[in-house]
Design a protein around this ligand. Sequence first.
Ligand SMILES: [Zn+2]
Length: 417
Amino acid sequence: MRAAGKVPCRVHRTDLSGGSELVRTPPLRRQPTLGTTNASTSSSGGRTVVLAALVALALLLVACGAGDEVAPDEDAGEPTEEVDDPDLRDDPADDGTAEDEVDGTEEDDAEGVDEEAAAPPVDPAEVGANELGVVPVVMYHQLREDGGSIYDMTEEEYRQELEWMFDNGYRPITTSQLARGDIDVPAGTKPVVLTYDDSTTTQAQLTDDGELDPTTSLGILVEIAARYDEVEPRASVYVISGSLFGGTAAGEQVLEVLHSHGMEIGNHTHTHPNLRGLAPAEVRDELATNVAVVTELVPDTEVVTLSLPLGVWPEDRSLAVSGSSDAGSYDHEGILLVGANPAPSPFHAEFDPLAIPRIRSNVDPEAELESTWWFEVIESGGSNAPYVSDGNPDTISFPAELAERLDPAHADRANPY
Ligand SMILES: [Zn+2]
């Protein structure tokens, strides 16, 4: 199963769907330098020194205006300031409210109310916590008997991939959780984001009883997740609001059922155009109409993330982030690209919620830069080692030698060990 032991230190941009600018995500790799010497000793004295150095660094960066430090540094194709809304990145205080809005079921009272009881029950070193590791965001399209195009899979391949993930400690979160840094998976497990584009009938349909059809992708996800103790069938489903799961009234009803399973409904525009070819007002209308249609059908959902059709940005990238038209308004906290590497941790200095890379699903271990190939790279550790949770959404635990990767905006929650 091993892909010839190849562990790339760098992933070059590749073009997965014919667009010219689809996959320009910043390399994740940055060699740790700060604190490496000290951290190589495992004594508590060494840890103290590293911790002190980290705090000093954080203070220094804050004093110097740390907000600028998070900009990707190697890619001319990255979003410019227009898209790079500092509000989305620099405000860890947002997390509390965001959690409440999105998912009120978890540990809402852990903060402030009962600090002693909320003391970390888990030693991060014991579970190998690394909350600066990468998070795979996997992209699914259609299930087809013949395997379809490079974007598609057979049902058997799809089942195989989901089971492999869950057997190997991956636990689904949504794109909005990733964008917000609101990761609540159990200690020692690894977040993964499962995304589904285009709202086709192979992804979801309803049975006569109004249940999710168990032969569709999302029905299969629900079925397989139910076989595991700690796996919730979370997914982020990017719908074309003008063509919902077959474009029928029954297709419209699918949304509410997906929502009831805890899945996120995301924006994939109203008619799936190439946004680059549209005038600004048309871009706004495509995005705002999607939000209006979805929130009319599912009134208690929020549409806060976008998957760009074809992975193509509008000419003015800021149009993809927020705007309004006669149909209403939109305000995206996360934007998904098409390819082709794992996302950085949301606490990594190079994480940009408005340009989240995805990996195309593929069970062939030889298919470079696709999911099975990537999972082997991720599992083999090194600079692409996975995000491993410490079980406490309020702290960010990681081996001290990785401290340099931390976004200084999150220094107050850091728990190096
Ligand atoms: Zn699409």
